[in-house]
Design a protein around this ligand. Structure first.
Ligand SMILES: [Zn+2]
Length: 105
C-alpha cells in the first residue's frame, strides 16, 4: 500500500524539523478520545523553531483535544490515506510512536 520513505526512521527522528517541512505528523489519541489529527511540520517549525529535532517534537506531542500523549504517531508525506477519492494520498508512512526502538536521548 505504501511506498518507501525518504529516510530511515532513526534519520528522520534526528533531523531538524525545518528539513522535514514538506511532511506531516499524524497523531492518533487513546481509545477514550479516539481522534486522529495531522500537523504540518512546516507549522510546527514556525511555532517551535526549525532546529528542533523530530525526536523532541514527538516526545512533546499531546492531543489537541484532551491533552494526553498520543497512543500512536507517524510521519507521512500527505495527510490523506487511500480511500478512492481520486485525489492525492499518502505514499509512505513511518511509525514514530509507540516508541519501541530506542530509549530516548
Ligand atoms: Zn485526545
Amino acid at each position: 500500500m505504501f511506498g518507501t520513505p525518504p529516510k530511515f526512521r532513526a534519520e528522520l527522528l534526528d533531523a531538524p524539523i525545518a528539513e522535514l517541512g514538506m511532511y506531516w505528523l499524524g497523531v492518533r489519541c487513546t481509545d477514550r478520545c479516539n481522534r486522529t489529527s495531522y500537523i504540518p511540520l512546516k507549522l510546527m517549525a514556525a511555532r517551535r523553531g526549525g532546529r528542533m529535532r523530530l525526536r523532541a517534537v514527538v516526545k512533546r506531542l499531546r492531543c489537541e483535544h484532551c491533552k494526553t500523549p498520543p497512543a500512536s504517531a507517524w510521519l507521512t508525506d500527505y495527510p490523506v490515506e487511500g480511500g478512492g477519492h481520486g485525489g492525492q494520498v499518502a505514499t509512505w508512512r513511518v511509525e514514530l510512536l509507540p516508541d519501541a526502538a530506542d530509549g530516548g536521548d
